[in-house]
Design a protein around this ligand. Structure first.
Ligand code: NAD
Length: 358
């Protein structure tokens, strides 16, 4: 199958395939759109069933990054990379260095950061081969790991969604069903329980569940049941495509607001949520805290604090919810249209290196 015919191909500027014989690296970097700046996005390592599944994931994720950075008003385009393999078994320093060399070959058109299956420590190894790496600055000013910033943005988004849908100013006493308590879910559980919410958590990793139950008093539920729990908010923070026909049918919450990327299985599921009167916080708006943090690591001249920038996610969502109500369209469609307005205002890919004369 050709890339151009792939299901999730959306006019991506560059799709590069990287292989290294010595380390067994099989990786793909997808650059969706660089109209607003170099393409920034995480590197995911996952044991994909086949290369078609890997290609589909990287195409979808990189497109999502274009929309996320545009709406977060960052001078970044959208990109993502994937390494095919099991991070528990296949990840070696040599493989990560080979990935660094692959990223470097794109000359700065793609800036990498951590994602599912990779860590800040892995990014430091990649940085031995390329300086096009963000999210590794763990100075006092910045945390390095973007997950706490992502969680803060999601927390703010949940507060705004609760105010919009239920008219409540406080999360105290509300029930939140949280799917996935990895890096983002851990910090989000902390923020929610501190705000007095009752958090029901599920994760296929028992150790991750134990951590949040013991540290924050969260309530463990099964991974099968979490989406159907009666709650004010369902917060997906694991993998994508949970908002599919069966998932939406099972939902027992008036609000969906979580950190996972690509929550909608298909675009039509945004309309199904609207039909069912479920308020959906578009994933690429609510989960932008991490990329905002990463941007500020690359731009030490930023005047406002990173936290202030992240809290603006709440204002953006307020605006999107109001416009969606007024136009009777899904919040997802409104958010996509707003991002596209930004690309269209700057329709040419950024030129990274001055053109050389022949
Ligand atoms: P992570 O891998 O640390 O956490 C994901 C958790 O979900 C893991 O604990 C995993 O065991 C669990 N999980 C997987 N399948 C599950 C299932 N079927 N049911 C319940 N739990 C399941 O990843 P993360 O960094 O916390 O990211 C979570 C999501 O948020 C991903 O979709 C990621 O792309 C997105 N995201 C993360 C960031 C960030 O800053 N880390 C930023 C933006 C978006």
């Amino acid at each position: 199958m050709s890339v151009f015919d792939a299901r999730s191909f959306d006019g991506h500027e560059i799709v590069a395939f990287g292989h290294d014989k010595d380390t067994g690296l099989n990786a793909i970097i997808a650059i969706h759109n660089t109209c607003l700046g170099p393409a920034a996005g995480g590197c995911r390592m996952y044991p994909y069933a086949d290369s078609e599944a890997a290609l589909d994931d990287v195409l979808r994720l990189s497109r999502g990054m274009s929309y996320k950075s545009a709406l977060a008003e960052l001078p970044f385009g959208g990109g993502k990379s994937i390494i095919i393999g099991d991070p528990q078994k296949d990840k070696t320093p040599e493989l990560l260095r080979a990935m660094g060399t692959f990223i470097h070959s794109l000359g700065g058109r793609y800036i990498v950061a951590e994602d599912s299956g990779t860590s800040v420590a892995d990014m430091k190894i990649i940085k031995e081969k390329t300086h096009h790496v963000a999210g590794v600055d763990s100075s006092a000013k910045h945390l390095g790991d973007p997950s706490p910033s992502t969680a803060l943005g999601v927390f703010t988004g949940i507060q705004v969604a609760v105010k919009h849908k239920l008219g409540l100013d406080e999360l105290s006493g509300l029930r939140i069903a949280l799917q996935g308590v990895g890096q983002v879910g851990y910090y989000l559980t902390e923020l929610l329980t501190r705000a007095g919410a009752r958090v029901f958590v599920a994760d296929i990793n028992r150790e991750n569940v134990r951590r949040v139950v013991e540290e924050f008093g969260a309530h463990a539920v099964s991974s099968e049941d979490v989406i159907g729990i009666e709650a004010e908010v369902f917060s997906p923070c694991a993998l994508g495509a949970v908002l599919n026909d069966a998932g939406i049918h099972a939902l027992n919450a008036p609000i969906v607001a979580g950190g996972a990327n690509n929550q909608l299985a298909e675009e039509r599921h945004a309309d199904l949520l609207l039909e069912k009167d479920i308020l959906y916080a578009p994933d690429f708006v609510i989960n932008a805290g991490g990329i905002i943090e990463v941007y500020h690591q690359t731009n030490s001249a930023a005047l406002e604090s990173v936290k202030d920038q992240i809290l603006r996610i709440g204002d953006r969502l307020k605006h999107i919810f109001a416009r969606a109500d007024a136009e009777r369209r899904s919040s997802h469609a409104i958010a996509e249209a707003m991002a596209e307005e930004k690309f269209n205002a700057s329709p040419k890919p950024v030129e990274l290196e001055p053109a050389r004369s022949a």
